[in-house]
Design a protein around this ligand. Structure first.
Ligand code: ATP
Ligand code: MG
Length: 423
């Protein structure tokens, strides 16, 4: 078997000792950090394959070890690296992903977006090709199985994003809330184009790494793998020549057709997202589906809607506020603060260590996670405690008043004003 058939990616090469030395010298000469590379970690040069001079121009060098390795055995095999572009030295995040069937979900979702928004990460997606050819790298071709049926095939893609940081690494509460607001505005922008993200979780909202930040660009959304388009399907058709009453004949008339379809998503599960941050109604529906086997009444799943994603933003905010306190805690806490911290860590484990939908729902039902912020005054500012109080009110009345972008953005704005004044 060839190295490729054994799983070696022909578009990736390990830097030799000399190449590595030259690369590090180049970084050094350009005043870029070299200590970010752990010394005995291999460095890889990654290309997009294809024919030299046509599509083989992009080259990237990896930094350190991957920042994310997907744990799911039979899914997209996601691998995420920080990389620098070989010629320009631009820092990016590169996602290696194997898409099944004919769909490359995130690149497709990004293609649907009209215009740009700072709250949604720009994503360049590329098919990876066998070097020297125009054939995409796919499991079918690697295995010498030329069965063209797309259902069993997986195709390799590389997606490039701007680098971000976790919400809970924010240097201040203000930075965290600004990042959340930017991402929520990004979400509103997507919804205005009938694109629903459906996987709002702490890993999919990032803080910007840019040193000079514009207002509104402090955070962004990533990972549109589960996004769906809920608007009409747009189809352009060229009509046969038309004769007008005046006798004039019009050729090549293009018409735009809008079709509404209910089966917008073909992704299997109707409920998507990360359990810890999922809206209560979706968790309940999921719980129902888990218990429904053998029941005489058929289970009807709840449709994932905009207000569910907005609710997830609130759960992400609460989680990130608490985790930030734990992650960024100082070394020299007083004895009293240390006791508070140990107790906070226990509560955090308790609330976010639940794995099943019913366990997560039970933890939320008694208001305890909200009270964590209220009950630990040394760790959270007044502005944040007030914000949390307002958001929990919004959640309480969501049945009669479904959560809206405006309502949540308004309370975030107030908190940002208060936090800015006290800085
Ligand atoms: N631009 C970025 N900056 C920093 N970290 C990133 C960036 N993009 C992705 N990551 C990290 O990689 C993780 C995985 O990326 P992403 O969310 O796009 O993949 P995924 O589709 O959730 O993976 P899976 O296939 O396992 O479901 C993110 O949760 C985040 O921790
Ligand atoms: Mg993700």
């Amino acid at each position: 078997m060839t190295p490729e058939q054994l799983g070696e990616d022909p578009t990736v090469a390990t830097l030799s000792g000399v190449q590595r030395h030259e690369w590090l010298a180049k970084l050094h000469a350009n005043h870029l950090p070299v200590d970010e590379d752990v010394h005995d970690v291999p460095m890889y040069e990654v290309s997009l394959g294809g024919i030299m001079g046509i599509n083989d121009s992009e080259r990237w060098v990896t930094i350190g070890t991957p920042i994310w390795v997907s744990l799911s055995l039979f899914d997209r095999g996601t691998l995420v690296w920080r990389v620098r572009k070989k010629d320009t030295l631009d820092l990016k995040v590169l996602k290696n992903v194997w898409y099944g069937g004919a769909r490359a979900s995130a690149p497709e979702a990004h293609r649907l977006i009209e215009g740009k928004h700072p709250g949604v990460a720009c994503c360049d997606g590329f098919n990876v090709l066998f070097p020297g050819t125009a054939s995409p790298i796919s499991t079918n071709l690697l295995r010498g199985n030329l069965d063209p049926s797309p259902s069993k095939n997986r195709t390799l893609y590389r997606l490039l994003y701007p680098p971000g940081r976790s919400l809970f690494e924010a240097c201040s509460e203000l930075e965290l809330i600004r990042g959340m607001r930017a991402a929520l505005r990004g979400h509103e922008f997507l919804c205005s184009q009938s694109i629903l993200h459906r996987d709002i979780g702490v890993d999919n909202i990032l803080l910007s790494c840019d040193d000079e930040l514009r207002e509104g660009a402090e955070g962004f959304l990533i990972d549109l793998e589960l996004a769906i388009y809920t608007g009409p399907t747009i189809e352009y058709r060229t009509l046969a020549p038309i004769r007008l009453p005046t006798g004039r004949v019009l050729n090549d008339v293009q018409v735009k057709h809008l079709h509404w379809t209910t089966s917008v998503a073909n992704r299997g599960a109707p409920v998507t997202g990360t359990l810890q941050f999922m809206a209560a109604e979706l968790l309940a529906s999921l719980d129902d589906s888990l218990r429904s086997t053998g029941r005489p009444v058929q289970y009807v799943p709840v449709e994932h809607q905009t207000h569910h994603d907005i609710e997830s933003f609130i759960w992400v905010l609460l989680y990130s506020l608490i985790r930030r306190v734990i992650v960024t805690s100082r070394q020299n806490l007083s004895a009293e603060e240390e006791t508070w911290m140990q107790s906070l860590k226990m509560e955090f484990k308790h609330y976010y260590g639940q794995r099943a939908p019913d366990g997560i729902l039970a933890q939320r039902s008694n208001d305890r996670p909200w009270k964590v912020v209220v009950d630990y005054p040394p760790f959270f500012s007044d502005a944040i405690r007030e914000l949390i109080g307002q958001l929990s009110d919004h959640l309480e009345y969501k049945r009669t008043n479904p959560l809206s972008h405006t309502a949540v953005l308004d309370v975030l704005d107030i908190a940002i004003r208060r936090l800015s004044q006290s800085e």
